[in-house]
Design a protein around this ligand. Structure first.
Ligand SMILES: Nc1ncnc2c1ncn2[C@@H]1O[C@H](COP(=O)(O)OP(=O)(O)OP(=O)(O)O)[C@@H](O)[C@H]1O
Length: 184
């Protein structure tokens, strides 16, 4: 079966520093990769590279359609949450809002969301896109215990349905993950 992500001999130089080189990645259906490493080791940069927002200095990357959830909100702050999320035209918007317990906030303008609520909204936006590959940068930051449990459940469902995940996180992630430590 064709992998959902394949990187061969990847290298990335950023701000004049070599963050990684000779990096091979391969994720198939149901696989998940936890990227760890100290501050500045290149975790976010790797996520952005896989998303196609940065070009590798060397190597090749191929991937299936991806949804990115990072620090960027990518939602109109003036719109009520449901309308702001609907901009992304995800086929699973209703499911995604329920999964992250956002139904009660549907009519609240995005600018009024708390840090954790905005984090849930970012994750719901990514989930609603119905992309096979999820790219999550520090997905647990700002989430309370309920939010973390909902994230775990959403990731498990996505993997069971044949999707794959790359997550950069300082925190432990539940379930079975491949690991990649950068900056060693
Ligand atoms: N826009 C940029 N231009 C140049 N260099 C950058 C840019 N963004 C980040 N860097 C550099 O790239 C390196 C890796 O940063 P990155 O954000 O990928 O690390 P990280 O592992 O995600 O860090 P953290 O754990 O602090 O979130 C750092 O040395 C940083 O200074």
């Amino acid at each position: 079966m064709t992998p959902l992500l394949k990187g061969d001999g990847l290298a990335l130089v950023r701000g004049g520093r070599l963050l990684f080189e000779s990096l091979d990645l391969e994720l198939g259906h149901g696989d998940a990769l936890h990227v760890t490493g100290r501050n500045g080791s290149g975790k976010s940069s790797l996520i952005r590279l896989v998303a196609g927002l940065l070009r590798p200095t060397a190597g090749r990357i191929e991937r299936a359609g991806a949804a990115l959830a990072d620090e960027g909100l990518a939602l109109d702050r003036e719109l009520p949450l449901r309308q702001a999320l609907a901009f992304w035209k995800g086929s699973r918007l209703i499911d995604a809002m329920t999964a992250f317990h956002l139904d009660d906030l549907a009519d609240v303008p995005v600018r009024l969301l708390s840090t954790g609520q905005a984090k849930r909204a970012r994750l719901a936006r990514a989930m609603a896109a119905d992309a096979p590959l999820w790219l999550l940068d520090e997905p647990l930051n700002g989430l309370d215990r309920d939010g973390a449990g909902r994230l775990d459940a959403a990731i498990a469902r996505h993997r069971e349905a044949g999707g794959a995940v790359v997550a950069a996180s300082h925190l432990p992630l539940s379930g079975n993950w491949l690991t990649l430590e950068l900056g060693q």
